[in-house]
Design a protein around this ligand. Structure first.
Ligand SMILES: Cc1cc2nc3c(=O)[nH]c(=O)nc-3n(C[C@H](O)[C@H](O)[C@H](O)COP(=O)(O)OP(=O)(O)OC[C@H]3O[C@@H](n4cnc5c(N)ncnc54)[C@H](O)[C@@H]3O)c2cc1C
Ligand SMILES: *[C@@H]1O[C@H](CO)[C@@H](O)[C@H](O)[C@H]1NC(C)=O
Ligand SMILES: *[C@@H]1O[C@H](CO)[C@@H](O)[C@H](O)[C@H]1NC(C)=O
Ligand SMILES: *[C@@H]1O[C@H](CO)[C@@H](O)[C@H](O)[C@H]1NC(C)=O
Ligand SMILES: *[C@@H]1O[C@H](CO)[C@@H](O)[C@H](O)[C@H]1NC(C)=O
Ligand SMILES: *[C@@H]1O[C@H](CO)[C@@H](O)[C@H](O)[C@H]1NC(C)=O
Length: 492
């Protein structure tokens, strides 16, 4: 691939400002984080012969892209599906034939979903009434978000509740069925929570329309058993691994320049100081929420600190359940469960949030449980055997009417993102209560010197105005910030 910008453009540049700009070939950029944002920035520098070093705190690259080997393929603790078609990751998927099938984001409308309420399968009659309702509710929420100024900043939960009340009244539903519909509504809310990784009471209505992957339908692409492993290998192959320092946690970035020293000082956990002309920070929003005050000297500008607090960061995780043999029918795409009301157990935060189970798209004996809200904080402190027992009991209790021969899962695999010291959560979302027009803009704004040199730049999923939450947004943000740095040398 040809360089995006030719180095020769910069050779003749001379600056009239007091501090002479150097040749970009003499600079050294520090990149904090080897997720897709950091790796994409590094590739740009590689292509443009600019010196860079990636400082990665953990012992692996990929960040929230985290494939792990299973049988003859890879399961994904983190990113798994792909959104959009007009982007570099989709190109990798096409070239390597990684795509498998498209699925609707609103999986509940898929006809192969089985829904259990209070231990019984929901009848097809109720299902079809409900599907008509949520289909139109989905349209309504989008329409309101786009057209009605008053409603935009209200939470998705509030709107769902109001429409649901109207639906109950209008449809004249038998009392015993009303309880079932209430549970179905809970599952619909849970859908938003897992999809957006955000408490549905905090998600701003407007955000569901701002997010845009550039396609008309909002389907996402399911990848085959190599999926994000191959994508990550491709990203890795385009950077020099000698420039990637693993186990190198950044504690502090000092961008206070002195008269004679124009370098930014990056202090690692082991007390080593490194000096760069520019730094790109790709730490997750969760990490910034917890550490940004200590991480930057001087403190970040007020607008940025506020934006870090105002954008939400979710807790989503998956639990992979391994069975000796699958007990679910092959044609089932999702098992949705609103548990028995008085289900007795010690792990209520877990079981209240265990609503969605999906067979792996390729590993025939793996069922994936999705957990959001308060579930992940409980799961993170449970031992494997405890977790297995709790989920086995839960499934047995809730599904036995339909699947009397349900077997027990024999192993679990999971990664607790909220306890991962470098992620501290899953992905970002726009909050209704603190919603502000320029939150993402403020998260993105670089810190510049008096001569407009971008000293500290910010990339990562949470800085993508239209595709926050995603790998596509993350990679694009890394490229954006790398270009920002090179652009500085092409100006004047
Ligand atoms: C459960 C789950 C499911 C998801 N599903 C999808 C999906 O289906 N499709 C999709 O597109 N996206 C999905 N995502 C989101 C996607 O994974 C992220 O948006 C994307 O990977 C983020 O990339 P990033 O480079 O911005 O951040 P990260 O991947 O978090 O990279 C940041 C890196 O910086 C490192 N770091 C942080 N702080 C420091 C420090 N102080 N010093 C040194 N290193 C540091 C971290 O270790 C990490 O490697 C999912 C995420 C999760 C958690
Ligand atoms: C799925 O398969 C079962 C038999 O295994 C069948 O009874 C059921 O109707 C099928 N469901 C759908 C939606 O095709
Ligand atoms: C929800 O509604 C929006 C807006 O009309 C539409 O683009 C989207 O495809 C709908 N989703 C589903 C799953 O129907
Ligand atoms: C500190 O970490 C850096 C980066 O990983 C490494 O190059 C250096 O050798 C370490 N220094 C000490 C004293 O361990
Ligand atoms: C900067 O360098 C000049 C000349 O070498 C020296 O006189 C001055 O004291 C230095 N300033 C600082 C703050 O170190
Ligand atoms: C979230 O929604 C608000 C409107 O309520 C909007 O102004 C804001 O830009 C949205 N955030 C993003 C990142 O699109």
């Amino acid at each position: 691939m040809p360089p995006v910008l030719q180095i020769s453009v910069f050779l003749s540049s001379s600056s009239s400002s007091s501090q002479k700009k150097s040749d970009p070939r003499d600079i050294h950029v520090g990149i904090v984080g080897a997720g897709l944002a950091g790796l994409r920035a590094a590739r740009f520098f590689e292509e443009n012969s600019i010196r860079y070093t990636i400082l990665e705190g953990s012992d692996r690259i990929g960040g929230r892209v985290y494939p792990f080997e299973y049988e003859n393929g890879y399961l994904q603790h983190g990113a798994e599906y792909l959104n959009g078609i007009d982007n570099e990751i989709f190109d990798i998927v096409q070239k390597n034939e990684l795509g498998q099938e498209r699925v609707p984001d609103l999986f509940m409308l898929d006809e192969n979903v089985i829904t259990f309420v209070d231990g019984k399968v929901v009848s097809s009659g109720i299902n079809s009434i409900w599907n008509l309702f949520i289909d139109s509710l989905n349209e309504t929420l989008f329409r309101e978000a786009e057209s009605c100024e008053k409603l935009k900043t209200r939470s998705v939960l509030l709107r769902i509740n109001e429409h649901f009340e109207a639906f109950l009244e209008k449809t004249n539903i038998a009392r015993e069925n009303a309880e079932i519909f209430k549970k179905l509504k809970l599952m619909f809310c849970n859908f938003f929570q897992t999809e957006w990784s955000s408490p549905v009471g905090e998600l701003a209505l407007e955000n569901i329309t701002l997010w845009d992957d550039g396609t008309d339908d909002e389907d996402s692409l399911v990848l085959n058993k190599f999926g994000f492993q191959k994508i990550l290998e491709k990203f890795k192959s385009e950077v020099s691994m000698k420039n990637v320092l693993l186990n190198s946690k950044v504690l502090n970035i000092n961008y206070c320049l002195s008269e004679n020293d124009s370098k930014i000082r990056v202090r690692l956990e082991n007390n080593t100081d490194l000096f760069y002309d520019h730094v790109i920070v790709t730490s997750s929003l969760g990490y910034l929420k917890q550490f940004s005050r200590k991480m930057f000297s001087p403190e970040l500008p007020f607008d940025k600190q506020q934006a870090i607090q105002n954008m939400g960061f979710g807790s989503n995780m998956k639990i992979f359940l391994e069975y000796k043999n699958p007990w679910w029918p092959e044609n089932v795409s999702t098992i949705q469960i609103a548990p028995k009301s008085k289900y007795p157990d010690r792990f209520s935060k877990l079981t209240e949030n265990l609503m969605v189970f999906q067979p792996s798209s390729w590993a025939s004996n793996i069922l994936i449980a999705w957990i959001a809200d308060n579930g992940p904080s409980e799961v993170g402190i449970m031992k494997n055997q405890e977790l297995l027992d709790a989920i086995n009991d839960f499934l047995q209790e809730n599904l036995k009417s339909e699947f009397p021969s349900i077997s027990k899962a024999i192993r679990v695999f999971r990664h607790s993102w909220i306890y991962d010291e470098f992620a501290l959560g899953s992905y970002s979302y726009l909050k209704s209560d603190t919603y502000q027009q320029n939150t993402i803009e403020n998260l993105t704004a670089p810190i510049t010197s008096d001569e407009n040199r971008p000293l500290v730049c910010f990339a990562g999923e949470h800085t993508s105005p239209q595709m926050y939450q995603t790998t596509v947004g993350a990679a694009e943000s890394g490229l954006r910030e790398a270009k920002r740095i090179l652009n500085y040398y092409s100006m004047n």
